[in-house]
Design a protein around this ligand. Structure first.
Ligand SMILES: [Zn+2]
Length: 220
C-alpha cells in the first residue's frame, strides 16, 4: 500500500485522551527498561492499550489499529514517532476569532488576546492566557451549552503545588473569579491551577478535574 492510498484517519482523540495515551506509552517503555520477562511485558502492554480503548467511543478499524500499535513500542525513538503521528489524530480546539473571544467576556473593558498558533489547537483542552499587567487569567472551555469564558485574578505562588485542573505537580497560582452566589449577590471562588496553560494542557489526562473546577465556579 502506498502512502497516497492509505486510509486517512479522522481525528478521534481529545487532547486529554492523547495525554492519557502518552502516559500509557511511557508505562510500556518503562516496563521494557525494567524487565525482559515476556509475560510481564505482554500483560503491561495489553493493559495499557485496553485502558486507552476503554476511554474512547467506537472507533473505525484504522483508528483502533493505531491505538493497538502502541503495544508494539519497545524503544523511545519508536515512541516519539508514534506520538508525533498521534498528534495528527487529535481533535483541535475550535477556532475562535478575536470578536468571538471578546463576546465571551462581556464585562471586560479591555482584553489583550494573544496570538493563537494553529498548531496549538491540537494541544488544547481549554484555552487560557495570563494578562501579567492586570494580574488576571482568562479561561475558555466548552461547558454545558457551549463555549464559556471565565476570568479571574491570578496570584502566582512561590512554591510548586498540585493543579486543580490537571492534577500535575507544577508551578501554580491562585485563580479567583467573582461569581454569582445568589440572585443579586456575588462571591469569590477559585482554586490553585497551573501558571502555564501550555503545561496544564500537556498534563491533563481526563476531563474530570477541569469539570469539577468549572462546577465550583458556577455553583450557587
Ligand atoms: Zn494544570
Amino acid at each position: 500500500m502506498t502512502e497516497s492510498n492509505k486510509v486517512k484517519i479522522e481525528p478521534f482523540l481529545r487532547n486529554d485522551q492523547y495525554n492519557f495515551l502518552k502516559r500509557q506509552v511511557k508505562i510500556i517503555l518503562q516496563a521494557h527498561a525494567a524487565t525482559q520477562d515476556q509475560g510481564v511485558l505482554d500483560a503491561t502492554r495489553i493493559s495499557a492499550v485496553e485502558k486507552v480503548l476503554e476511554l474512547l467511543p467506537p472507533l473505525t478499524d484504522e483508528q483502533k489499529q493505531f491505538v493497538l500499535n502502541a503495544a508494539a513500542i519497545s524503544e523511545s525513538l519508536h515512541a516519539e514517532r508514534y506520538l508525533f503521528e498521534g498528534r495528527e489524530y487529535v481533535i483541535p480546539f475550535p477556532e475562535l476569532s478575536d470578536s468571538d473571544i471578546r463576546a465571551l467576556f462581556p464585562k471586560a473593558k479591555k482584553i489583550n488576546i494573544p496570538e493563537l498558533k494553529k498548531a496549538d489547537a491540537k494541544r488544547m483542552t481549554y484555552m487560557s492566557w495570563n494578562d501579567i499587567r492586570s494580574e488576571r487569567k482568562y479561561i475558555i472551555f466548552p461547558h454545558r451549552r457551549g463555549m464559556t469564558g471565565w476570568s479571574g485574578s491570578f496570584k502566582p505562588m512561590a512554591r510548586k503545588g498540585i493543579c486543580a485542573v490537571c492534577h500535575g505537580h507544577t508551578n501554580i497560582g491562585l485563580f479567583m473569579a467573582v461569581v454569582k452566589s445568589g440572585r443579586e449577590t456575588y462571591t469569590s471562588r477559585g482554586n490553585y491551577i497551573c501558571q502555564s496553560s501550555e503545561t496544564c494542557n500537556d498534563t491533563i489526562s481526563s476531563l474530570q478535574h477541569i469539570n469539577d473546577f468549572i462546577e465550583t465556579l458556577n455553583k450557587f
